[in-house]
Design a protein around this ligand. Structure first.
Ligand code: ZN
Length: 359
């Protein structure tokens, strides 16, 4: 069977197949419908599927689509899990599959939510104030050119390359992607209050994870690192990284805070909402980050998408071109990539289940 067969052409197909496979696996399914619709008028929702005893002490959590368009990957891995592994779960372990955390972004091929918010920067304590990102302030202007195919873009690109030449790519990546809370029209904007997807995910984690003994959470992402490779990134931010290093291997789990990860240090990631419910000692949380295309090409896609919603027309030929680039930046799509993604996912899920089964 081709690995590609688990991956869907669009959000609507991914959702329909997920619901069907979840029910076939005996899951209890609960859908939270989004207030907006998809590009073809389809319903959008975050769908949660629970497999196993209601009072299972240990839970494996697999999440997809935190970053919208990255949901092609996570949804494919969830479908493969339902088809290949769900029937052989060890005793005492239940599974929670959360499908399309940001269904708007998945359906519209955007990384952000309908509020232009990076959901994985939105889980901070908004009452405690918002962190400054001075380096982002300095580059905001040239990330967002006035035109996408004219002199404005060329000038912006020159300024961006000059910044990288003088400050280095790593500093640039940290400035862009670390998260910022001062430019609602900008990139990697974390928002000033919990967005719809944040509230829905918090409610789901409260409902399904409170009071469990042990939880392994895996959140699927794409767009950073070598093509097809799945890096395991600590998602606990000061939490229990020792637990995930024990389960997956000390050399396997990278920490943006320590350096040496494809991700820059970030604030406000979604798994923190699960840790808030369970307490830090009971949960091991990772993001699995699969590479697609080159970092600067991914950034160009994100800048184009940002420009499109500020100044452009999604239905124009240029709009279609930018959308195709977004898809290419966050979904590898070919058979080799899909196979690498599924093999790595299955390897990690098996390690998570072994970890949960231990003491
Ligand atoms: Zn992501």
């Amino acid at each position: 069977m081709k690995a590609q067969s688990y991956f869907s052409r669009d959000y609507a197909e991914a959702r329909a197949r997920f619901l069907e496979a979840a029910r076939a696996a005996g899951a209890r399914v609960e859908s939270t419908v989004h207030p907006l619709r998809g590009p073809a008028g389809e319903e959008l929702a975050m769908d949660a599927a629970w497999i196993g005893a209601e009072d299972a002490p240990r839970v494996l959590v697999l999440g997809s689509g935190t970053h919208g368009v990255e949901g092609f990957c996570g949804s494919g891995c969830q479908l493969a899990f339902l088809d290949r592994l769900a029937a052989e779960m060890p005793a005492g372990i239940a599974v929670l599959l959360t499908h399309a955390h940001n269904p708007y972004g998945f359906a519209h091929l955007r990384r952000v939510t309908e509020e232009n918010v990076d959901l994985n920067r939105n889980f901070i304590d908004h009452d405690a104030g918002h962190p400054a990102n001075d380096a982002y302030d300095a580059i905001h202007g040239f990330l967002l050119p006035e035109d996408w195919d004219g002199p404005g873009r060329q000038a912006a690109d020159r300024a961006m390359m000059a910044f990288i030449a003088s400050r280095g790519l790593e500093t640039f990546q940290a400035a862009v992607s670390g998260g910022q809370y001062d430019h609602p029209d900008g990139l990697f904007y974390g928002g000033l209050r919990p967005v719809w997807s944040n509230r829905v995910m918090r409610a789901a984690y409260r409902k399904y994870l409170a009071g469990r003994d042990r939880i392994a959470l895996i959140d699927y992402h794409t767009g950073l690192g070598p093509r097809g490779h799945g890096e395991l990134i600590d998602a606990s931010i000061g939490g229990n990284i020792a637990l995930t290093r024990d389960w997956y291997g000390a050399d396997e789990v990278t920490s943006p805070a320590e350096g040496g990860s494809v991700s820059a240090p970030v604030s406000g990631v979604l798994p923190m909402a699960a840790q808030d419910v369970t307490g830090r000692d009971r949960i091991g949380m990772i993001a699995i980050e699969y590479g697609t295309i080159e970092l600067m090409e991914v950034l160009t896609a994100l800048r184009g998408d940002n420009w499109l919603y500020l100044h452009g027309d999604v239905s124009s030929p240029l709009g279609h071109e930018i959308k195709a680039e977004m898809r290419r930046a966050f979904y590898g799509e070919d058979e080799a990539w899909c196979r690498d993604v599924l093999d790595r996912s299955e390897e990690i899920i098996r390690k998570a289940l072994a970890g949960l089964s231990g003491s």
